[in-house]
Design a protein around this ligand. Structure first.
Ligand code: ADP
Ligand code: MG
Length: 747
């Protein structure tokens, strides 16, 4: 595209919107949750007894009966009408990306020739979307024709434009989950039950353990006009070609730099919209790559946090367009610079306010802390391959393993102090740990860890699962992903580890209970020894040894680590479709089934969807790359080549042949280079098409995905290299696609 046209496009997009948005006169705490039917609205719009029932449903998982549902629907309807709402939709998270919705209006015939508006408990609670076209991995066709969506009352309804949005799970009539939310809710329940029981060793009053999630969403912004001129971005979410910009991130001048004015205006509007929708957004900054940014909220209960992330991603795309931008959520929109992730900060906390992954003040609290750290590591160790599968996708595969993002091996960084604590528990003399202190009761020799000391200096940016003071940060999650996938695997793995821990501790307590050491001393007071703590320490010592291979504090990007990890028995597979197989390992199926999260049938069906999605993504990229090569790149390169040729001829017309050729030496070289490069592109595109035809004949989704991974994806780079070289030599005025240097620097 000629330069002047390019600037014109930018200019127009820029003019379309005013600089900056009108900041409302209200403060964030006034408009927070404005469009959400939250507790405050429930209190206002529901009768008192119904309000209390709803709180019981939300906080304690009580059953929601029909009468309550009707009363809640009536309250919601009143609020919705006051806000100009005319439609409602069940909103769910199918196994594709993003969310799904189908809007219906409230109107019904009144039987007298007119219309009334109606919204009943029945419509609130359950619907049957025509879901036959959502991927189900064959569950619906094999077992039951239809699926239905059912309200998740723990995630409040909200309003967007004229529509009431009702968060729902999406399941088949025979009960199989067809979405992300259903298994997530089951995983959260499993970890709640398992962790609550373990908490009882330390505090019998704990009633509930909540899984927390604070995601950090990275994204790129590009100018909308330039985006429209890049069919690859438009159709695949990433650039399939494009030479490095001479300047990109090498100056480290973008990270935490001043936010460009146009971007700041976008961020302000996005944040206000998010806060109005009840998403507690808090942090914004520039990221490492040019045009890359990050937004993070305050952490919330994992189910709500997942919904909020899905909502935020869709709101972000809309607000970006209002500001003449496109928000790119793809994990790797540009080669050669950082990709985007979505760090999932995860922890467990009790209903009485204890963060179970935060060090405490007393030795007892620190024993509890060590328990939750070690059992988390046990889950992550045992299922490291599965956890990798949970964050793997055709798009995230570009980011993992590259020298910028977590490696394609799951390991955990703990930092010096926590490592020392675990080493101490493992190695110190047990009698020293449980030092007898007579009538003062038992004193444990467990080193203290002041929370403040675990600070930024003790961080390892290369670790995919790092302890960061009072939580773990699962960094391998992709920017575009539904966090639920990672959260289902992680919470279930930790639930399973905690269940096994409790079984073994209880068995150990029974074994040692009769040891005279636990008998009361002659004066009737306690010996100070607690058999439960003895047992916990025994089991922890066992587990610290077992899960040691998952602990790694070194450089996760190094080649030595790949070898070392393989020696340790960690999963080092890098092929995306092969990694998906981990969902069907005997250990994974046993874990999901025993924790009541997913059945083998559900897992098999979901894997079909994963393989199919993988294939389709690569297939689309292959087509786009082929088309662009043949109808954008080769014609333009050839046109430039013709210009060079006529210049050579013109020279011959003016100068004697020998002199003319000497003067045209550079052009002659370019003519030849263009000829070889375009010929290579053409041959490779033909090979690509042929390879696709072969792969498309494969019926089995698993085998087909592997074929796409092994034979088709590797050809992209070969073609791209030729195109990127042509980009460097062809006249810029002729080049049809906006270049990296234009896409990556916001004007
Ligand atoms: P960074 O990792 O860049 O330092 P922050 O400290 O701002 O980021 O935190 C990132 C995210 O982690 C935020 O969403 C924050 O609310 C969340 N977070 C903080 N503490 C916890 C916790 N105990 N459990 C889960 N998430 C947490
Ligand atoms: Mg972080």
């Amino acid at each position: 595209m000629a330069n002047d046209l390019r600037f014109q496009v930018v200019g127009e997009a820029f003019k379309k919107k005013p600089l900056g948005v009108q900041t409302p006169a209200e403060r964030p705490c006034e408009y927070f949750g404005k469009h959400v039917f939250n507790r405050e609205k429930m209190y206002k719009y529901l009768p008192k007894d119904i309000y209390e029932k709803m709180i019981d449903v939300i906080d304690n998982g009580a059953q929601l009966d029909r009468k309550v549902a009707d009363a809640v629907a009536a309250g919601i309807m009143q609020w919705a009408k006051e806000n100009g709402v005319t439609h409602y939709t069940h909103w769910f998270q199918p196994l594709t990306e993003g969310t799904a919705e189908k809007h219906d209006s409230f109107i019904e015939h009144d039987g007298k020739g007119g219309m009334i508006e109606e919204f009943s408990g029945k419509l609130l609670v359950q619907q049957e979307p025509d879901a036959s076209s959502f991927p189900s991995g064959g569950i619906r066709s094999t077992f039951e024709a239809r699926g239905y969506s059912a309200w998740d009352p723990t995630s409040p309804v909200f309003i967007i434009d004229d529509t009431l949005i009702i968060p729902t799970v999406f399941i088949s009539y025979s009960g199989e989950a067809l979405d992300y939310k259903a298994p997530l809710l089951r995983a959260l329940k499993a970890v709640n039950v398992a962790a609550t029981e373990v908490c009882h060793y330390f505090d019998p009053s704990v009633k509930k353990v909540t899984s927390n999630l604070g995601w950090e969403q990275e994204y790129f912004l590009v100018d909308e006009g330039l985006y429209a001129a890049r069919p690859d971005l438009l159709l695949t979410g990433r650039t399939l070609m494009g030479h490095d910009s001479a300047k990109n991130q090498q100056m480290d001048d973008h990270y935490f730099g001043a936010i460009p004015e146009r971007v700041a205006a976008f961020m302000r509007e996005l944040e206000i919209t998010a806060l109005e929708l009840g998403i507690p957004v808090k942090t914004r900054h520039n990221e490492v790559a040019p045009n890359q940014f990050e937004l993070a909220p305050i952490f919330e209960d994992t189910n709500l946090a997942v919904d909020h992330n899905m909502l935020l991603m869709s709101v972000m795309k809309r607000v970006a367009r209002k500001h003449g931008f496109r928000a790119l959520l793809h994990e790797k929109p540009f080669a050669g610079i950082n990709g985007s992730g979505k760090h999932n900060n995860w922890s467990l906390s009790t209903d009485n306010g204890v963060l179970l992954h935060a060090p405490g003040k007393t030795p007892e609290q620190n024993l509890r802390f060590a328990t939750f750290i070690v059992e988390t590591l046990m889950g992550v160790y045992k299922h490291n391959g599965l956890l990798k599968a949970s964050i793997m996708s055709a798009t995230n595969a570009h980011r993992l393993g590259a020298n910028e993002a977590p490696p394609a091996i799951i390991s955990s960084f703990l930092g010096r102090q926590v490592s020392e604590l675990l080493d101490h528990i493992e190695k110190a003399d047990k009698e020293d740990i449980l030092a007898m202190a007579g009538k003062q009761g038992m004193k444990m020799d467990i080193p203290e860890i002041p929370e403040l000391l675990i600070d930024n200096t003790d961080r390892n940016r290369t670790s995919p699962f790092a302890f960061t003071g009072n939580r773990f940060e699962f960094r391998a999650v992709g920017s575009e992903a539904n966090c639920a996938s990672a959260m289902i695997a992680l919470n279930t793995a930790v639930a399973e580890a905690l269940v096994s821990f409790k079984q073994r501790v209880d068995a150990r307590v029974a074994e040692i209970a009769n040891d005279p050491i636990f008998a009361t001393v002659p004066d009737g007071s306690s010996s100070g020894h607690n058999p439960v703590f003895h047992a916990i320490i025994d089991i922890l010592r066992e587990d610290i040894k077992t899960c040691k291979p998952i602990r790694f504090d070194g450089n996760g990007y190094s080649d030595e680590w790949k070898e070392e990890a393989a020696r340790r028995g960690l999963d080092v597979e890098t092929s995306c479709p092969v990694i998906f197989e981990r969902y069907l390992d005997a250990d994974s199926i046993a874990m999901f089934e025993s924790m009541g999260v997913m059945t083998k049938k559900e897992l098999e069906a979901r894997n079909e969807v994963k393989w199919e999605t993988y294939t389709k993504k690569i297939q689309i990229e292959a087509r786009v790359l082929g088309d662009l090569s043949m109808n954008h790149i080769i014609p333009v390169a050839t046109r430039y080549q013709s210009q060079l040729l006529s210049n050579v001829e013109d020279m011959r017309a003016v100068f004697p042949a020998e002199k003319a050729d000497a003067l045209s030496a550079r052009n002659l070289k370019l003519i030849e280079e263009i000829a070889t490069r375009t010929a290579t592109i053409e041959t490779k595109v033909e090979e690509l098409v042929a390879a696709r035809k072969v792969a498309n004949k494969i019926e089995d989704e698993h085998a087909k995905a592997i074929a796409y991974h092994d034979t088709i994806a590797p050809m992209f780079d070969v073609i791209r290299r030729q195109i990127d070289k042509l980009e460097l030599i062809v006249d810029d005025a002729l080049w049809p696609l906006p270049k990296y240097r234009e896409l990556l620097f916001i004007r």
